[in-house]
Design a protein around this ligand. Sequence first.
Ligand code: SF4
Ligand code: SF4
Length: 500
Amino acid sequence: MTDASLRTSSYVIYVDLPDDPGRMLLVHGYSGAYDVVSRKVASYLRAHERGRPPKPLYGAWVTEPEFLDTDYQPSADTVESLRRRGYLTDMTAAEEEGYLAKIAGMLHEAAQQRLSWIFMPNYDCNLRCFYCFQDHMRTDPAYRHLLRRMTPALVDRLFGAVRDIEARHGVTGPQRRSIGFFGGEPLLADNRAIVEYIMRSARADADANFWAVTNGTDLARYADLLGADGIAALQITLDGPSFEHDKRRIYPDGSGSFALIADNITLALDRGASVSVRMNIDRKNIRLLPALADEIIARDWHASKAFNAYTYPIHSSNEKTDKQTTFNPWELDVALDEFRQEFPQLKIIDRPDDRMRKSALRLFDGAIEEPALKSEFCGAHAGMYIFDALGDIYACWERTGDKKLRIGYVSDDGTVEFNAPIATAWRSRSVAVVSACRKCRYALQCGGGCAVLAEGKRGTLHANYCDAYANRFRAMVAEAYLAHAAGETAADSVDRVCDL
Ligand code: SF4
Ligand code: SF4
């Protein structure tokens, strides 16, 4: 190193480019720089990392790229350009960690101004999927009190609360509200009147766009509410082709739901709504994905720009789910990758991390100028407010239905009361406050992982949940770069409604 005051930044991500062993892609964790360099330069940077523990903090499962054993010394111009792009720094490791935390703090503050609202008209559902994290609410009589429906009087109080909370965030004047429906099953046929009432109330004093996470079984009852000016985006789950789905997503009498849902997806697309089909995948149903891709093709859904299908690993969230049968997202990415070689029709179904690949491709295409950096993993730590039919307010949908975990509630007179310790625990979580994340190269790409999964593993929301992020990020960015070099462009695609 020519300038003794410089050290390699702690936040350099080294990405191997398969089929291009002479070069590597460098990504800088907070400057937003992406650069292809020779492996010699990358190895030089790696050799000058100081103040880092020898093992990556994010776990031994991270495969490290190979570096050259070299005493290569770049030219003064190269050193200067590495410094300008952020790869070399004159900050000490501690100073740089503080700097990262400061950027994360600013990103977190901005995210907390982006409010979003989720209404849960009820916790009930007409299906009985074995892996549902809310299964106990319908099967254990101790939770029967939860199975009530929102009333118009409560909706009036909730919209009073929306205005109050907006004012507390300093959000005033006309703005467009993002309003989601979640349950239980929010779009049950019997919920139609209250859903319509929520939509009318939302529009009474502001523009609004509506979306729903729905099982899709009763959508025909909502046909006239679907479309760009109504419920514009739907996330619907299919668990495989009809013969497998009908074993998993079943009615209480054991009958299947595939045919009804499939007809309703066609209906929603015809009405102009966008549909994101999510497939919950484990080791038992993955081999059935080609058959599902065939069903999608036969119904011509894939021809619509408003349609997208993606896979998501089933997490073992209740005692009925066998951990041995589940994937993490990285394992699922790899399994699907191999599978796509054999079954090319699987290209119409996204791997869990294809969205990451698309973002990187947009960056390489020039469709976006800078990578999106974030300090938190999801809206639960920013501006997402979830209202249930009891008037309780939650930060995270996986934690709804348990009063001890509510961040607040709307009282009978419409006053919003916050439960400060719980609200603070949720809203303060960012990579700036999780000690492993502050030191992590991937901090502002990853956001710290899902807090619920972190709590399940480590007993606190304020812990990291890496979920193989390092491998996933590097693999998707490398793929995107090579695809870009081969002339691929980021095709328009429907964004997923949510990542639950
Ligand atoms: S389950 Fe995890 S990712 Fe989803 S909202 Fe809750 S904390 Fe966020
Ligand atoms: S930022 Fe993500 S990958 Fe890094 S330590 Fe935190 S959870 Fe793990």
